[in-house]
Design a protein around this ligand. Structure first.
Ligand SMILES: Cc1cc2nc3c(=O)[nH]c(=O)nc-3n(C[C@H](O)[C@H](O)[C@H](O)COP(=O)(O)OP(=O)(O)OC[C@H]3O[C@@H](n4cnc5c(N)ncnc54)[C@H](O)[C@@H]3O)c2cc1C
Length: 497
């Protein structure tokens, strides 16, 4: 009689249930690993959680569904398609940008229409936009094919014929690149807007990130129907569970257990859970507080020198009326952008007169608000680590509500039937976020790719990091990619046999 060799399934514990963690969990479970996700909060999705109150459903974080190709590729990796889980609606207009009272530009749903809008504002801008966008599209293809799916381990990853030909885009910044094509200040602001998602000023962001212009104007702004952004979280979890991933909520990881510089498991809610491998999708700095000091990849001075993406003051508001004068996504650029940016990055303080972002997801999905009501989300970018007090939040809400009414003519102040705010302190308490950052590290040149904090512990065998603080960076699509990259590293290091 012959005995078949015992199949040793590696036990993997993943900290956090953000997009990167769910992604990593799914890729690994798909390859036969035994995967469990431990989330400290009572609901899943990390910064993209949702909450329900008074008949309203609020997406707590991301609201812009960009780069639909990345989501499609994600589901394709498992033989599925986005349409197996949710339907996408292309928004038209994609968004509106206010520059002053009744002074706005609307970005429509095709490059052709957008270039006509540009031409009306600046003679020749249509041709320049198409030239700019052709370059942005080429960079996007190079990024997707050659750069963003790489683990950021060696500079050689970046040396490809495609990237070498496009070297110029790494030595100049997006602000000067945009100024070569457009003179009009409003057009320049529209073209600089997408890189704000990457958490740094346009003058500090390499021009290669015009890939974000392709994501914005080229690929368009989408919305997952019947559920908004959280529909993506729910769909990914559904797929993960099909692959066998276990999800545990209210499961705070208090300590990562290490013995002889090798992972032993974690202590969660005071109980030991053995594991062969631990992957953390929680904020990097927090994860390193869960291991002995001498085994950290980076000390506090490393984090202190880093440029963090902004934090945010957020408001989730329920209105007892339907909004008539504003579309789904609105940017209020009616104040001095440079001043606000300097109050975020150079001289961190509460902004005197902030830019802000306003959206009404229930305009695209009625189920997100009761009948006759509207769901409203406001985001004010602010420096991380600012003093966060209720009076300050309230002061800004009043300033912003007044500006919305003055500038757009849409009266909402007397129609608020629900409101909740979220700011620096909540980012720290709810997500263990370093200094209350909202989107991790800024994608400046020296914080891109190989310069990002490493995915693999240098000192503990079996410990890995994923998420917006690692490669490729902040945002939902990069977080999906981050989970894929870290899972490939684990599969290479610990083949499941
Ligand atoms: C307000 C806001 C708006 C945004 N808008 C957009 C947008 O429109 N489009 C876009 O693409 N991106 C947007 N982003 C960025 C995007 O949401 C993030 O980059 C992405 O969700 C980060 O995912 P992640 O996997 O890195 O981890 P996170 O979402 O940060 O998840 C980490 C998880 O770890 C958990 N955790 C922490 N410590 C522990 C512990 N000790 N034990 C157990 N669990 C723990 C946390 O509770 C959390 O659930 C936005 C972000 C914010 C905050």
């Amino acid at each position: 009689m012959t005995t078949s060799p015992l199949k040793m399934t590696k036990k993997i514990l993943i900290i956090g249930s953000g997009f990167s963690s769910i992604s990593a969990a799914t890729y690994l479970a798909d390859k036969g690993y035994d995967v469990t996700v431990f989330e400290k909060n009572s609901s899943f999705g990390g910064r993209a959680r949702k909450f329900e109150a008074n008949g309203f459903t609020f997406d707590m974080g991301p609201s812009w569904y960009w780069m639909p190709d990345v989501f499609e590729k994600y589901f394709n990796d498992f033989g599925k398609s986005v349409s197996d889980f949710y339907n996408l609606k292309k928004l038209d207009p994609a968004y509106r940008v206010y520059f002053g009272k009744n002074d706005y530009i609307e970005i429509e749903d095709s490059l052709e229409k957008i270039s006509e809008t540009f031409e009306k504002i600046e003679k020749g801008a249509s041709k320049n936009l198409l030239k700019f966008m052709a370059e942005a599209k080429n960079n996007y293809s190079v990024a997707m094919e050659k750069v963003v799916y790489k683990p950021g381990k060696s500079i050689l990853e970046l040396v490809t014929p495609g990237t070498i030909r496009r070297l110029r885009y790494f030595t100049t910044n997006i602000k000067s690149e945009v100024s070569r094509y457009f003179k009009n200040k409003k057009l320049r602001q529209i073209m600089e807007f997408p890189v704000l998602f990457l958490g740094a000023k346009p003058e500090k962001t390499p021009a290669f990130y015009n890939i974000m212009n392709h994501a914005d104007l080229g690929l368009g702004t989408w919305f997952p129907e019947k559920g908004g952004m959280h529909k993506v979280v729910e769909s990914m979890i559904k797929l993960a569970k099909e692959k066998g991933v276990n999800f545990k909520s209210d499961q705070n990881v208090d300590e990562i257990m290490v013995s002889n510089k090798r992972i032993k498991g974690v202590i969660s809610n005071g109980k030991e859970f053995p594991a062969d491998i631990v992957i953390s999708g929680a904020d990097y700095n927090h994860t390193e507080k869960l291991i002995p000091n001498n085994l950290k990849n980076y000390d506090d001075s490393f984090w202190n020198k880093k440029v963090f993406a902004p934090s945010s003051l957020l408001f989730y508001i329920g209105l007892n009326k339907k909004v008539k004068k504003l579309p789904h996504h609105n940017l209020f650029f009616d104040v001095d952008f440079n001043k606000h940016a300097s109050e975020i990055y150079d001289n961190p303080k509460w902004p005197e007169s902030p830019l802000f972002y306003l959206n009404f997801p229930s305009l695209s999905d009625k189920s997100m608000a009761p009948d006759g009501c509207e769901n409203c989300f406001i985001l004010i970018p602010i420096a991380p680590d600012l003093e966060d007090k209720e009076e300050i939040r309230e002061k800004y809400l009043n300033i912003i509500l007044k500006r919305i009414e003055d500038i757009s003519g849409e009266k909402i102040n007397d129609n608020i039937i629900f409101k909740k705010s979220f700011c620096v302190k909540d980012f720290m308490d709810d997500y263990n976020s370093y200094k209350g950052n909202a989107y991790g590290l800024a994608n400046t040149l020296l914080q891109t790719s190989i310069f990002k904090p490493k995915m693999k512990s240098k000192k503990i065998k079996g410990l890995y990091f994923t998420g917006q603080l690692t490669v490729p960076g902040p945002g939902v699509p990069p977080s999906l990619i981050s989970g894929k990259i870290v899972s490939s590293e684990v599969i290479k290091d610990y083949p499941n046999q």
